[in-house]
Ligand binder design. Structure first.
Ligand SMILES: [Zn+2]
Length: 284
């Protein structure tokens, strides 16, 4: 699933390409992917709106349209937003076609159909439930180590599920949580209550490091992630633990372990990321 670095890459690329275009009309080919309003209303509301800006919030691509409208696109497992000439043959998994002016199209392609598109009034965006429930953005200047410590102090539970929770922190998913925990030498099942202030400082730095590195490398194409030109990112070749079960740890040489945490495959080094002794009995 695209996470913060992949969605950020898509949003930045789209800004270069689609801003200034007018959407002449939208053609919904799979109605259930329009989550709000109805597919019928969506097609009625979109025509002749100009694309004014693109951005990102958590794992949502945010597309600002003229006349107080904001479109949100969540790519979920396999969604892609492709910017292509109108004459190019459509991929059979195209779910929504945006006919742009000047002979171009923005295509929402999604093999597994879990992706969702929303159209909301721009001045109501912050109170729209999908947005209102999100935690802070990890790359914003207000997200300091002290801010992370204050958030963690209000929570119990184990680190990996907490960092995956979009209401706690926005934008991280399975890849970058595993990577950040490895860099900060914290076990995925570490109880939040056992963290020392220095652990939180390390974790905070690691979160920002893995996200910034991946954005610089245009994201990780483990599965279906592609940028708006249909190209892969190249950060996956630099991943330290994710998808490397059984391969040697880049620091100590121990084989990387894979366990299941909250239903998700979780990769870590059993030597570099030890649980503190007194918490081990409750691990699992
Ligand atoms: Zn190691």
């Amino acid at each position: 699933m695209p996470e913060l670095p992949e969605v950020e890459t898509i949003s930045r690329d789209l800004r270069q390409r689609i801003v200034g275009h007018t959407i002449e009309r939208a053609e919904v080919l799979w109605e259930r992917q329009i989550a709000y309003p109805s597919a019928f209303e969506f097609q009625e509301l979109i025509p002749q709106r100009r694309i004014e800006d693109t951005g990102r919030r958590a794992k949502y691509v945010v597309i600002q349209l003229s006349d107080n409208a904001t479109m949100l696109v969540h790519l979920k497992m396999t969604g892609q937003l492709l910017y292509v000439p109108a004459g190019e043959p459509a991929n059979p998994y195209t779910r929504v076609l945006f006919h742009l002016d000047r002979g171009m199209q923005l295509r929402f392609v999604d093999v597994r159909k879990f992706g969702r598109v929303y159209l909301v009034e721009a001045d109501q965006l912050q109170s729209f439930p999908k947005i209102a429930q999100l935690g802070p953005e990890p790359l914003e200047s207000t997200f300091t180590a002290d801010a992370l410590r204050a958030l963690i102090q209000r929570r119990t539970g184990r680190l990996k599920p907490l960092l995956m929770n979009q209401g706690f922190l926005a934008g991280m998913g399975n890849i970058y949580v595993d990577e950040a925990l490895f860099i900060s030498a914290l076990h995925p099942l570490r109880p939040t209550t056992s963290l020392k202030p220095r652990d939180v400082v390390r974790l905070h730095g690691a979160i920002q490091q893995v996200l910034q590195e991946s954005i610089a490398n245009r994201g990780s194409s483990i599965d279906d992630y592609r940028d708006p030109a249909g190209q892969k990112g190249y950060h996956h070749v630099y991943l330290r633990v994710y998808n490397r079960a059984g391969e040697p740890c880049i620091i100590c040489g121990s084989p990387i372990s894979k366990i299941v945490v909250g239903g998700r495959g979780t990769h870590f080094c059993p030597t570099c990321q030890r649980l503190p002794r007194r918490t081990r009995a409750g691990a699992g």
